[in-house]
Design a protein around this ligand. Structure first.
Ligand SMILES: CCCCC/C=C/C/C=C\CCCCCCCC(=O)SCCNC(=O)CCNC(=O)[C@H](O)C(C)(C)COP(=O)(O)OP(=O)(O)OC[C@H]1O[C@@H](n2cnc3c(N)ncnc32)[C@H](O)[C@@H]1OP(=O)(O)O
Ligand SMILES: CCCCCCCC/C=C\CCCCCCCC(=O)OC[C@@H](O)COP(=O)(O)O
Length: 216
């Protein structure tokens, strides 16, 4: 993964992107943790590699394993593949991950939206990341990337150079929590990340839940 990280980090120069990072010290939880971040596009791979801590593996949809050499590289990089379409299978894999992350002292990076989303807001969170954190009794560390919409036109797949703000938020402890607390933990994480997303993206969070830029 270190090799991948070095390679992918150079892509930002190619795309004229700059990352403004805050809160890296929040990764220093001194134990394994579950990192959760918003997911907008494949460009997130650069954002991921920009701050990926050592000893951190990612959870990916299993379809990515069958994408030729990229799938092989991801497999060799230690990526864990889940079948999103089978909750029972995904649960089993994640239960294994909870054990492995403790025995091998690794962090796990999950995109709780479960899919790329460029709509300028956050999709509702899936609960797997939060079940994992509670099963392993490790902190959840939220990471938020600002909206790419200011420089990336998904329709034309075109983007000008831009700055992406990244914030690593305070860890959320799960010690003592049980599966009954998953929904509350998910919602708490969601609202903190959504608020940060609007702030970093210069969006106003309208009372009715929609978002618009300050400029409108
Ligand atoms: C130089 C060239 C280099 C080239 C290559 C290199 C570059 C890249 C290399 C490396 C980096 C790769 C990074 C790749 C990133 C790819 C990212 C993705 O693929 S994102 C998509 C996949 N990820 C996810 O889907 C994660 C989010 N999803 C979940 O966590 C889901 O919860 C789930 C585990 C998949 C289950 O799915 P489901 O839709 O059923 O989820 P729900 O949350 O609605 O849960 C339903 C139900 O089940 C309960 N539940 C969920 N999980 C668990 C669990 N683990 N244990 C127990 N119960 C669980 C949940 O509570 C719900 O029940 P209820 O409603 O009663 O609460
Ligand atoms: C190819 C050039 C485009 C920009 C380059 C940026 C750097 C890319 C680095 C390596 C390229 C290969 C990365 C393979 C991993 C792809 C991760 C990804 O974004 O998969 C989608 C998945 O999460 C969710 O799938 P869906 O949104 O549900 O379907």
């Amino acid at each position: 993964m270190r090799i991948i990280k070095t390679a992918v980090k150079t892509f930002k120069y190619l795309y004229g992107l700059r990352f403004e990072v805050k809160g890296l010290e929040n990764f220093k939880v001194g134990s394994p943790c579950v990192i959760v971040s918003n997911h907008q596009s494949i460009l997130d791979m650069m954002g991921l590699m920009e701050i990926l801590p050592d000893g951190c593996v990612q959870i990916a949809k299993k379809e990515l394993l069958y994408t030729g050499s990229v799938g092989l590289v991801m497999y060799l990089g230690g990526v864990i593949f889940i079948n999103r379409k089978s909750t029972s299978n995904a649960k089993m894999v994640m239960a294994d991950v909870a054990k492995t992350m403790l025995s091998e002292n690794v962090m796990v990076w999950i995109y709780p939206e479960g899919t790329r989303n460029g709509n300028g807001d956050l999709l509702p969170f899936k609960k797997g990341a939060f079940h994992l954190a509670i099963q392993a009794q490790v902190p959840v560390v939220p990471v938020v990337y600002s909206s790419f919409s200011s420089f990336y036109d998904r329709k034309k797949n075109l983007f000008t150079s831009g700055k992406i703000r990244v914030e690593v938020l305070e860890p959320i402890e799960t010690k003592g929590l049980t599966p009954e607390d998953v929904t509350e933990l998910t919602n708490r994480c969601y609202s903190t990340m959504r608020e940060t997303f609007f702030r970093l993206s210069g969006l106003v969070n309208e009372p009715n839940g929609s978002a618009r830029t300050h400029l409108q």
